[in-house]
Structure formats: structure tokens, C-alpha cells
Design a protein around this ligand. Structure first.
Ligand code: ZN
Length: 188
């Protein structure tokens, strides 16, 4: 049983090494108002943070929900909101993209994945749909579905590189926290 999403809380991005990012998300039982609103708020959070994709565990919710908009700034949309997404077919042909992740800020690495795929999902209206994707959208769908299974893009690089990237994030986060703790304003 998943607790209802608390609207008043807003959505907060969870950053590595938050353990929620390593858990397996539960399927959405059905499309209701709460889930639909949650999907819209995820999309908003994704745009606010200039991401092209976001999965529910990244905002601390273990539900199988992902949102995406891979269009560039010139041609925005259409946004994709998917519940219970699954990959039905993958091509043998591969595609490599320099991936980043809102939960691993500032870090990028080339990841090679199937170039084309077909995915099934439920849309925000609860309707079953299928989509074919290639290149960036294909990589993005795979990256987001990985999140629902506790997998991160750094899992595809060497342990040495992964540890280095995670250490850099930890350092940056610690510095930001220290700066936040010392506002440096007027002290009386
Ligand atoms: Zn990600």
C-alpha cells in the first residue's frame, strides 16, 4: 500500500547516495486523480530542473511512473507521462549518448544502449498505449525505467569511474550544505 502523495510537501529531488534511488518501485494500481496530479507535478519538477526525464524514485516516491520531454529548447514537447512502463522490444543496433542524471548532478558518462525500442505503458488518462522510440528518446526511456528498478546510469561505467563520479557529487553536496548552514548575512 502506497501512502497518498502529499501535495503540500512539493516535490524534492533525491540525490545519490539516497537509498530510495536503489529500491524497486511498485506498479501503479490504477490511474486515479492522485496519480495523475503526481505525474503533472513530476513533469513540472523536471522542467524546473532543466531535465529531459524524471522517474518517481528521484522525488522519493516508489511508484512506477516516469515523465520525459526530450525536445530541445526550440521545439518543446510533446511531453510523455508513463505509468507502469515496460520495454516490449529492443533493437540489436546500439546507440551511445553522453548521459547525465538529476540525481547525480554535474556528472556525465557515455552509455551504450539499444538504439530503438517499443514500450508499453498507461498514459495519464489511464489508457494503454505503445510507443516506438529511437536514439535519445530510446536512451531516455531506458534510463528512466532503470530508475524504477534501482539502477543508475553510473552502473554502466567502470567501478573506478563510478566511485570517482559519486565522490565528486558527495563533495559538491557537502560544500552546498556548509554554505547553506552559514548564510553569511547580518549578525547582531
Ligand atoms: Zn536519472
Amino acid at each position: 500500500m502506497i501512502a497518498p502523495y502529499n501535495d503540500a510537501m512539493g516535490l524534492k529531488l533525491h540525490i545519490v547516495p539516497d537509498p530510495v534511488l536503489r529500491k524497486v518501485a511498485a506498479p501503479v494500481a490504477g490511474m486515479d486523480k492522485d496519480t495523475a496530479r503526481f505525474m503533472h507535478e513530476m513533469l513540472e519538477t523536471m522542467y524546473e530542473n532543466r531535465g529531459i526525464g524524471l522517474a518517481a524514485p528521484q522525488v522519493g516516491e516508489l511508484r512506477r511512473v516516469i515523465v520525459m520531454d526530450v525536445a530541445d529548447e526550440q521545439k518543446s514537447g510533446p511531453a510523455l507521462m508513463m505509468a507502469n512502463p515496460e520495454i516490449l522490444w529492443r533493437s540489436e543496433e546500439r546507440f551511445t549518448y553522453n548521459e547525465g542524471c538529476l540525481s547525480i548532478p554535474g556528472q556525465f558518462a557515455e552509455v551504450t544502449r539499444p538504439k530503438r525500442l517499443r514500450a508499453g505503458f498507461y498514459d495519464v488518462g489511464g489508457k494503454r498505449r505503445e510507443i516506438e522510440a529511437e536514439d535519445l528518446l530510446s536512451s531516455c526511456i531506458q534510463h528512466e525505467i532503470d530508475h524504477l528498478n534501482g539502477v543508475l546510469f553510473v552502473d554502466y561505467v567502470s567501478k573506478l569511474k563510478r566511485d570517482m563520479m559519486l565522490k565528486r557529487v558527495a563533495k559538491t553536496q557537502a560544500r552546498a550544505a556548509a554554505e547553506a548552514a552559514e548564510p553569511g548575512g547580518r549578525v547582531f
